[in-house]
Write a protein that binds this ligand. Structure first.
Ligand code: ATP
Ligand code: MG
Length: 358
């Protein structure tokens, strides 16, 4: 099997633990949409990983899997150019997870700050499953299965990308004889199976949620969803807490509300004016700023709502499943090719196999 597209690749994805929110847009999805022409793009539905925290709710995971694809399509992902990939139908990923697990120390994994924060913020205590920790290894396999150059992610994912880069180097050095002194950019040229991929953080690295405290996160009930209607957007923006008492009190333009001003009001002159007045306490209340923020967000989401409507309902769902199937078929060609290259390097190339999705 050979791959058909010579453009450099991008791999990224989302876990179907809920619908997509504005944090996804500014942190990663916006970059994905922008890079579709220049790169061969693979967008992964990490539905297996959704089971690491929600094993008891398979119905919700299925629904969210479909909803996330609706969100991607609404946001501008074009299934003709980019592959939408279902993790559970890419067996090479599950297989590579095993091999990579052997190259990653348990202590190293537990020092990953994103894992620690997730355990803390999601209230997992010491009750998390063995599989929960496996997701971090699995994510390395998600990425490396596609041998990508870039991985567009939010800032919270950078520790995961760093672990992925370590494993790519380790594999290439151990099984492909790559010289450890080589620059990261030269690993493939130096005989490695895997490139050392780079994270690509979006224009807002970490959008705060409407609680004004934690990162906007679908598990934390602090989100503005891409699929929210105008009224919901207004209501949620109104909730953003600043602690400011009056329109004449000098305000802090680095507060949560102004993170939204910076992220969503596109007129730079207006942003500068709002900041100047707010900082001076020049008769500009939080309510006024919030109304402008809500208007800007609704202007962004309006066209998405229209595109999303095409994929609603049972016939829309059937279209979505067709799109997932065709992307997954194309993705399996790449992932199987990668697995075979890895198996050759690991002396596991007893005989090749052919995979088909009927
Ligand atoms: P969960 O609560 O289930 O972890 P999540 O909202 O954190 O969900 P993920 O599926 O874990 O979403 O993340 C998908 C991508 O979106 C990742 O690249 C992540 O870094 C990015 N992302 C998520 N939330 C934000 C945010 N608030 N700001 C910037 N990027 C974000
Ligand atoms: Mg997350």
């Amino acid at each position: 099997m050979t791959t058909t597209n010579d453009k450099p690749r991008i791999l990224t994805g989302d876990t179907p633990t809920g619908r997509l929110h504005l944090g996804h847009w500014v942190g990663s999805v916006e970059n994905r949409v922008r890079l579709q022409d220049e790169y061969d793009c693979y967008f992964l539905l990490a539905n297996m990983h959704a089971f690491t925290t929600r094993a008891e709710t398979p119905d919700d995971i299925r629904t969210d899997t479909i909803e996330i694809v609706r969100d991607w399509l609404a946001a501008g992902v074009d299934p003709e150019r980019s592959c939408i990939v279902l993790q559970t139908e890419i067996p090479a990923i599950a297989e590579m997870t095993w091999y990579f697990a052997m190259l990653l120390g348990y202590g190293r994994l537990m020092r990953n700050p994103t894992i620690k924060t997730e355990i803390d913020v999601k209230g997992l205590g010491d009750k998390y499953s063995f599989g929960f920790l496996m997701y971090a290894v699995g994510q390395i396999a998600d990425i490396l299965a596609f041998r990508p150059q870039y991985v567009p992610v939010g800032e919270d994912q950078i520790p995961h990308i760093e672990m992925c880069r370590e494993i790519a180097r380790k594999f290439d050095q151990l099984y492909c004889g790559v010289d450890p002194k080589l620059d990261d950019a030269d690993y493939v040229q130096g005989g490695g199976v895997f490139p050392v991929p780079e994270g690509l953080v979006g224009r807002v690295a970490r959008l705060v949620g409407v609680d004004g405290v934690n990162k906007m996160s679908k598990s934390l009930n602090n989100c503005i969803y891409l699929s929210d209607n105008e009224k919901q957007v207004k209501k949620k923006v109104n909730k953003i807490f600043t602690g400011r008492q009056s329109a004449t009190e000098p305000g802090d333009t680095t507060n949560s509300l102004f993170q939204y001003v910076d992220a969503f009001i596109t007129d730079e002159g207006r942003v500068a004016e709002l900041k100047r007045k707010y900082a001076a306490g020049d008769d500009i209340g939080d309510g006024h700023v919030k109304a402008e923020v809500a208007e800007a967000i609704n202007a962004l989401l309006g066209p998405m709502r229209e595109r999303r409507a095409e994929f609603e309902g049972p016939s829309g769902e059937a279209t979505v499943i067709d799109i997932i199937k065709s992307g997954t078929q194309r993705a399996n060609v790449v992932a199987e090719e990668t697995l075979w290259m890895a198996k050759e390097a690991m002396k596991l190339d007893f005989f090749p196999r052919n995979l088909s999705l009927s």
